[in-house]
Design a protein around this ligand. Structure first.
Ligand SMILES: Cc1ncc(COP(=O)(O)O)c(C=O)c1O
Length: 475
């Protein structure tokens, strides 16, 4: 079966079906399971002649749609998972219609939209104009670009042009405290190694980097190149590194400072005198995720750096027909992909439609609701709050008093499984001070006070059933 131009005569039908599916999916979102409880997709051989649109649609409607998760909804609290606002969803629908390729530019206004989006993101986060970059597929790819830039910059200090000649002879020491796993993946992909790290101590009872220990370790280092990876905020305890103090040290040591601020940078939208991200304006490169707290559909992140030349040198595409002007590099020379989706559009529309105040509104609401949830946990006899809620993440576990640490771990994991099996909420596991914990991360614009009650009722009913079974008594 081949597509033909005349298929567009059925555009009206496609749009009607699309509208129906989208409306049903969004209307039933609150009732849909948040965790996947269905059967796996049956393993069917590839159709050689093609089944046609109607049959493909039937399979989609029968086998796939009923088993999709309500992960874009108000009670998917696993990892850090934003929803998608109506405006961003609308814009993302149009991305497929327009199907622009934001690689070289010059053929469409779409690249201008991405450039404007990047400037607006800097304004949103109150970052100086020297920061430039690219919209990425997420925080992992932004972290990867951060490592590539650092590698190029630190290579130049050693008279090695890594992009041209490779990493042979390169000497880089990487300093981390509590890096996100995607940072380790980025180091592995960049040839620096995910285990080849200098572990900096944390501040007491915190995941934030100890500035004193960093200073000590930087002073002791004999490496020719130094890369410091900071966090704002860490994924479990949402601790922020002291970027101002760290930036002073990295400047002294001519080190590259990258900060993974995938969701923590949104703290800058709150109405405060001082920000935990103060000092971010001094770093060399920044990772932010749009598909987390900006609530645009997957895949969307952003990488920003004050050294665009390092990004350009790392990612330039050398073919003569693709040559880019170093003064105004094409996007294909600033990121991993040559061909690039118009993923700037949902971000652009979000910022245009909701403005800074709109985004700040749902960030602030998530934080208040997370605190409300933490309060409920704290006052419950069946659960323990493991840490005061600082941002949008609540760390807790079932009441484990009197249990050995192994039993406490077993009980926590069992409760997590039972809670997720309710289909009403999705939570993910964590680890804090060697203890197994349950993490609830609120980052959807749709989450409301009623969701806190629904989830808390699930928690109470899991605890009630468990009490009836008395499964943890006597251990
Ligand atoms: C701090 C931090 N960095 C990086 C990532 C990876 O983000 P992504 O899944 O968008 O690549 C996450 C995801 O939760 C995160 O919380």
């Amino acid at each position: 079966m081949q597509p033909t131009k005349s298929d567009w005569h059925h555009l009206d039908t496609y749009l009607k079906v699309f509208s129906q599916i989208s409306q049903n999916f969004l209307a039933d979102l609150d009732e849909r399971n948040v965790a996947y409880l269905g059967e796996p997709l049956e393993n069917k051989p590839l159709s050689s002649s093609g089944e046609g649109f109607e049959k493909a649609l039937e399979t989609l409607c029968d086998k796939v749609i009923p088993n999709l998760s309500a992960s874009r909804g108000s009670r998917y609290w696993g990892f850090v998972t934003g929803g998608a606002t109506p405006v961003a969803t609308f814009a993302d629908w149009l991305v497929a219609t327009f199907d622009q390729n934001l690689s070289k530019g010059g053929d469409s206004i779409a690249t201008d939209v991405e450039r404007q989006t990047l400037r607006w993101l800097c304004e949103l986060f109150d970052l100086p104009e020297c920061f430039q970059g690219i919209i990425t597929t997420g925080a992992t790819s932004a972290n990867f670009l951060g490592v590539l830039c650092a590698r190029q910059y630190l290579g130049k200090q050693q008279n090695i042009d890594v992009a041209e000649n490779g990493i042979n002879g390169l000497d880089i020491e990487v300093f981390v405290a509590t890096p996100h796993a995607s940072m380790l993946k980025s180091l592995a992909m960049a040839g620096l190694g995910r285990r080849n790290l200098t572990q900096v101590n944390c501040e007491p009872d915190s995941e934030a980097m100890s500035v004193c220990d960093l200073e000590l370790k930087l002073n002791q280092s004999v490496a020719k190149g130094k890369l410091v990876i900071a966090s704002a905020a860490t994924v479990t305890t949402t601790d922020f590194d002291d970027l101002k103090a760290i930036a002073l040290l990295t400047k002294k040591h001519r080190a590259w400072l990258h900060v993974d601020a995938a969701f923590g940078l949104f703290e800058r939208l709150l109405n405060k005198e001082e920000y935990l991200t103060d000092g971010v304006e001094l770093v060399d490169s920044i990772t932010v995720d749009n598909h987390k707290w900006l609530n645009v559909p997957y895949e969307s992140g952003v990488f920003l750096t004050r050294h665009l030349d390092m990004l350009y040198e790392s990612c330039d595409v050398p073919a003569p027909y693709l040559i880019s002007n170093p003064e105004t590099p094409d996007f294909m020379s600033l990121g991993v992909e040559n061909s690039r989706r118009f993923r700037a559009l949902p971000v652009w529309m979000t910022l245009l439609a909701y403005g800074k105040a709109g985004v700040a509104g749902w960030v602030d609401k998530n934080i208040k609701l997370a605190r409300l949830f933490a309060k409920k946990i704290e006052s419950s006899e069946d659960y323990e709050l493991m840490l005061p809620c600082q941002l949008n993440v609540v760390l807790f576990r079932p009441d484990c008093h009197g249990l050995t640490e192994n039993k406490a771990r077993e009980k926590t994991q069992y409760f997590l499984q039972k809670i997720n099996q309710s289909g009403r909420v999705f939570l993910s596991p964590g680890e804090w001070r060697g203890q197994s914990v349950i993490r609830a991360a609120l980052s959807s614009w749709e989450t409301q006070a009623i969701d806190i009650d629904i989830v808390f009722d699930v928690l109470l009913s899991v605890a009630k059933v468990d009490k009836m079974n008395c499964s943890w008594l006597g251990n």
